[in-house]
Design a protein around this ligand. Structure first.
Ligand code: ARG
Length: 572
């Protein structure tokens, strides 16, 4: 039976990292927080490494001498320190490693508390009257993943969808609607009808100047603050669009705490303008109101009101930021928005800075790269759009064929195809570094092998299937003889690194770190059950020990996939 006592807060490898840091801090007379543990270049050298260059001078010896001295002096429970040149390496006792990692995984204790922080994640934010296209996929998927991760880390998370429902383009849309709109088409397929009006407006605007004039009038009516036909029409469009978006969010399993369109801040715009004036940052330029940002190192001024007195995208973002600060007093406000809007975010943060709002430092633009299909960048204006739901439909269709081929007997094939298709698309997005452009290639997205969502889902389903076949309840880790386990080191280390991966994903706003950690766990897991037959060994105690590993693996994969927003079917 396992002889180890349960650690108070088993948390994967963090449990040992904390002990190593504490011992080193005492030996070097430093704060533990300044000690960064690295990964040894070779896995055989242990789980953690500390380069001694930085500390050698203070210790009045060479880095290799210091490493050797520390290796001899340090006594850390279940951790062996060795010096390799200037590096101090730490190797965890395999039995103890297995125990701590397995108990962390099984108690779902892979968290690390940063209680008390309020984090707002603003993401998705599509524009009404247009379909959500693949470009909106990245903000939706990355934003939702970050929100879940901060929640897991103990933050109070507020999810906001900043719908684009205001601005001069809605004047255009109403003008187009008044000329060519059909209520019948609108009811049948709202977004298709609205998109076609938008495209037609842009196609005919050059030849017919009355169009632009009508659009301007319509937007002024919209912004007038008094109820009128234009506002009614606009509201109708908004409601129909939101209903379409909801369908996509349901497929991703995403909800928001607040769906607040830009229009939600309408009654705050006047006060905002006044505030900007009071702060003395506004000036007139050709009739328009601008804020000069040269003092902040930004050449392009921020336009806050047009010469016609209407507000702009930036004006509404300023009002939204200020209102969020007053309402939530956030510690962080993350804007998950494409890299093409970088200047916009720099500008409106700089305006707030000029106004003396220190809280603007808590706002952060989290940019991401473009998604490309073979045909190149996608544009709504040219009418060449691939809707997000079409992408999901196609993924599900391919998943359906794969499931049919691999496992035709499966019950609920349809539901599983949906989980696999959506999961494939989500994972494909998150496995790329956020700022890099993503090329969307169907074969790669849906492959069951390699770095894909279906591969991870399959690894999880395989664990579920082994546990189903075993059909027994493993009551507690302490009733299992872990000394029977041989091997599995690579898997335990990979699982044990999950808490750190989750934490760094939050810190760097980089879901790829969690995605890669999961791929590593799955491949170590696959190697594990290839080399260690779980069922049918005839040795019940051994079987139970290995089953415990499989159970921990299943729970770990389920946790990680859940955080990324990839569904984890139990069969596929
Ligand atoms: N609606 C905008 C778009 O689709 C994105 C909004 C981003 N958020 C913001 N606070 N500006 O491009």
């Amino acid at each position: 039976m396992a002889t180890h006592s349960a650690p108070k807060q088993p948390n994967g490898l963090d449990f040992f990292a904390d002990a190593i840091r504490a011992a080193l801090a005492t030996a070097l007379d430093l704060e533990p927080a300044v000690l960064v543990l690295e990964r040894p270049r070779e896995e055989a050298h242990g789980e953690f490494a500390v380069p001694c260059f930085r500390f050698a001078k203070a210790a009045a010896c060479s880095p290799p001498q210091l490493a050797a001295k520390l290796a001899a002096e340090l006594h850390i429970a279940d951790v062996c320190a060795t010096a390799i040149g200037p590096f101090l390496n730490f190797q965890i006792d395999p039995q103890r490693l297995a125990y701590v990692v397995l108990s962390s995984a099984l108690t779902a204790d892979f968290a690390s508390g940063q209680q008390g922080l309020t984090t707002i994640v603003e993401f998705s934010s599509p524009n009404i009257a247009k379909p959500m296209h693949v470009g909106h996929m990245r903000t939706t998927v990355i934003g939702a993943a970050l929100a879940r991760i901060f929640q897991h880390l103990g933050h109070k998370v507020i999810r906001i969808n900043h719908i684009g429902d205001w601005g001069s383009q809605f004047g255009k849309l109403v003008a187009a609607w008044q000329r060519w709109g059909s209520e019948e088409n609108l009811q049948a397929d709202p977004i298709a009808e609205l998109l076609q009006l938008y495209v037609r407006f842009h196609a005919e605007e050059a030849a017919d100047s009355s169009l632009a004039a009508d659009a301007k009038i319509a937007f002024q009516k919209l912004e007038s603050g008094v109820e009128n036909e234009t506002r009614k029409t606009w509201r109708h469009f908004t409601e129909l669009s939101l209903r379409e978006f909801e369908r996509v969010y349901a497929r991703f399993g995403i909800t928001f705490d607040f769906v607040r369109g830009e229009s939600w801040y309408e009654d705050k715009l006047e006060a905002l303008s006044q505030w900007l004036d009071e702060c003395g940052v506004t000036e007139l330029s050709d009739g328009a109101t601008i804020v000069n940002l040269e003092s902040e190192g930004i050449k392009t001024p921020c336009l806050v009101k047009t010469a016609h007195g209407t507000t702009l995208y930036a004006t509404r973002d300023l009002a939204a930021a200020k209102s969020r600060w007053e309402e939530f007093h956030f510690d962080q406000l993350l804007y998950v928005v494409g890299a093409e809007q970088t200047l916009h975010f720099q500008q409106f943060k700089a305006v707030l800075k000029r106004c003396g709002a220190t809280w603007q430092e808590r706002m952060e633009h989290v940019p991401f790269g473009l998604i490309r299909l073979a045909e190149g960048k996608l544009s709504t204006r040219a009418g060449r759009v691939i809707g997000l739901s079409e992408v999901l439909d196609r993924a599900v269709e391919l998943a359906r064929a794969a499931v049919e081929e691999k496992n035709p007997q499966l019950p609920n094939k349809e539901a599983i195809a949906e989980m696999v298709g959506v999961g494939a698309v989500v994972f494909h997005d998150l496995k790329h570094q956020r700022q890099k452009d993503v090329v969307f290639d169907w074969d790669e997205v849906l492959s069951f092998e390699g770095d894909t969502g279906p591969y991870l889902q399959y690894s999880h389903a395989r664990c579920c299937s082994i546990l189903r076949k075993a059909d027994r309840a493993l009551t507690s880790i302490d009733s299992i003889d872990l000394t029977l386990l041989e091997g599995g080191q690579e898997l335990f280390v990979a699982m044990g690194r999950l808490p750190q991966a989750i934490r760094e994903t939050g810190q760097k706003r980089e879901p790829v770190l969690l995605a890669h950690a999961l791929l590593k766990i799955a491949s170590a897991g696959n190697a594990y059950y290839r080399e260690n037959r779980v069922l049918g060994t005839g040795d019940l105690a051994l079987e139970n020990a290995r089953l415990l590993v499989i159970q921990a693996l299943r729970d770990t994969l389920a946790l990680g996939l859940g955080l990324l927003g990839v569904p984890a079917p139990e069969q596929m």
